[in-house]
Design a protein around this ligand. Structure first.
Ligand SMILES: NC(=O)c1ccc[n+]([C@@H]2O[C@H](COP(=O)([O-])OP(=O)(O)OC[C@H]3O[C@@H](n4cnc5c(N)ncnc54)[C@H](OP(=O)(O)O)[C@@H]3O)[C@@H](O)[C@H]2O)c1
Length: 287
């Protein structure tokens, strides 16, 4: 790593932030490209978010990522919000302009879509309906990505119907119809689907398991789980044994970092197997 007096600076704001893999991710790319720069964790309490964001240009930061609990609150603080972030309702990337203004972007939709295309390049948006489990923050980005890719029908399956309805009205496009299904109708929502994505926290280490009968899901349909601890969730294990193409959540994490890095540090970066191995090593449980 190279840090001179002219180093380019970025970081991740969250509360807490110590769990974040983003410093390892951006640190890998900084070293790989021999860039004079640093990407640091920025623990910021919710009540200090505005002060901290306004300090970025003062301190010479090029920008930052945002994580829990700041992604929604930042929408009303930054000077300009890109339309996709506005539609998703969350900002995860801030870019400081030459005049010190703050632009809010969302790169989770890009990250999800790139991770799907990287593993299943022949997947077609026209392959059939996409079934999405969950309607939280991550689901909003996934659903926006799929609607913008031209998926004609999206089925949202969520425990809380009102939350799914809000997602449908915020994110639908004229080309994409969005249907809402009750949680206990998940099986029926898999019939004839061309893609299944779990965006709930079910199946994540420490959370309840995701119990789902995949028998009516066409075997050609890719199954994506955006949970990445464990890397192969029970859902992905079942899907793999049934012969579905499977996509784990680590790819989304890696790809969502690319646009921010490119904006702050000025070099194009890729989610290579070496990067994946390096970040995977940080996810291993301590011995
Ligand atoms: N790979 C990546 O880059 C990436 C990026 C972002 C998030 N994630 C992962 O995605 C997951 C969701 O994150 P988020 O930010 O979207 O969280 P969130 O906004 O809190 O949403 C959680 C979702 O899970 C559902 N859920 C939680 N417990 C449930 C249960 N017992 N039964 C049924 N549904 C349940 C919620 O349903 P209700 O609406 O009914 O509460 C909601 O749809 C997390 O595991 C997170 O780590 C991964």
């Amino acid at each position: 790593m190279r840090i001179s007096g002219k180093a380019r600076l970025a970081g991740i704001m969250g509360w807490p932030v110590a769990h974040s893999r983003s410093p390892a991710l951006h640190g890998f790319w900084l070293a790989e490209n021999d860039i004079d720069g640093a990407y640091v964790p920025l623990p910021v309490r919710p009540q200090h978010l505005e002060q901290a964001l306004r300090a970025l240009p003062v301190l010479g930061f090029r920008g930052c990522n945002l994580t829990i609990p700041h992604k929604q609150a930042a929408l009303s603080i930054v000077d300009c919000v890109e339309p996709l972030a506005r539609r998703i309702g969350a900002v995860n990337t801030i870019v400081v302009g030459p005049d010190g203004s703050l632009e809010g972007r969302n790169t989770d939709a890009f990250g999800f879509y790139q991770s799907l295309r990287a593993v299943v390049p022949d997947w077609s948006a026209k392959a059939g309906p996409a079934t999405i489990l969950g309607a939280g923050g991550a689901a909003r980005a996934v659903i926006a990505a799929l609607a913008d890719a031209g998926v004609p029908e999206i089925r949202i399956v969520n425990r809380t119907l009102a939350r799914a309805q809000a997602v449908a009205s915020d994110i639908a496009t004229p080309q994409t119809s969005i249907a809402i299904h009750k949680w206990d109708e998940a099986g029926a929502a898999l019939r004839d689907a061309g893609l299944l994505v779990n965006t709930t926290s079910l199946g994540m280490a420490g959370e309840p398991p995701l119990v789902l009968d995949l028998s009516v899901l066409p075997r050609s349909a890719p199954v994506v789980d955006i949970v990445y601890v464990p890397l192969e969730t029970d859902l992905l294990g079942n899907a793999r044994r049934r012969g579905h193409p499977i996509v784990d959540g680590l790819g989304m994490l890696l790809h969502q970092g690319r646009p921010g890095f490119e904006a702050w540090f000025g070099a194009p970066v890729r989610a290579t197997p070496q990067l994946r191995a390096a970040i995977l090593a940080t996810l291993a449980p301590p011995r």
